[in-house]
Design a protein around this ligand. Sequence first.
Ligand code: F6R
Length: 247
Amino acid sequence: PVKVYPDMYSASKAVAQRIAAIIKQKTQKGEKVVLGLATGVTPIGVYNELVRLYREEGLSFKNVVTFNLDEYYPMNPEAPQSYKVFMYKHLFDHVDIDPQNVHIPDGALAQDDIAAFCLDYEQKITAYGGLDLQILGIGRTGHIGFNEPGSAPNSGTRLVTLDELTRGDAAHDFGGKANVPLKAITMGIGTIFKAREIILMAWNAKKAEIIKKAVEGEISSDIPATYLQHSDNVEFVLDIAAASALT
Ligand code: F6R
């Protein structure tokens, strides 16, 4: 289903409310809450609202375990462009999460250690009982996580090559496209699909065309986000501009 909000602020608040509801519900039962998180500009409003809920309404992250979708490779985890730095800056530094419960693919791994790391990432998610909720943005190539065109529907966590369009879109953060890493470690489409609930968010007219393809287009590996049409547990949360090309 598709839900359209007047603007990204109201949409972000609604997504944060859903996350807070899952946290409260599972915490009450004494269970861990397992969240799949995304980076990029899209979820920043959600993280701001979660920080507000922690500060002003006592929402606790003590029982929360997180798995981030992806990280550039290679990437120094302490570099300003790393998704690790992003997550601490926008969320983890401001709430009471236990850093031991935070999982982000490691951009500093030796090439030879990547396969084992990816397998372990999958096994950790499974050991925690699977993802309760995965939040997603969408790239202009139709990627979710960094599952670029050509990604298989049953793909797992792995090293991938970034699309040229994706590297172009990241150029600003790196002071030029030449500095954008060529690769990334990402959860797979199969990993994302195992989540009990998936929320894909998109704001801005820049996303309207890819949202139309993702929601209404033919299901194909050319636009990996179209795989989500197969899921009963997915919600597309859009602002009016991102939804503007939908029929
Ligand atoms: C980030 C991620 C990517 C982004 C997508 C959109 O963890 O997995 O798929 O969600 O590239 O990025 P923004 O939100 O910056 O437009």
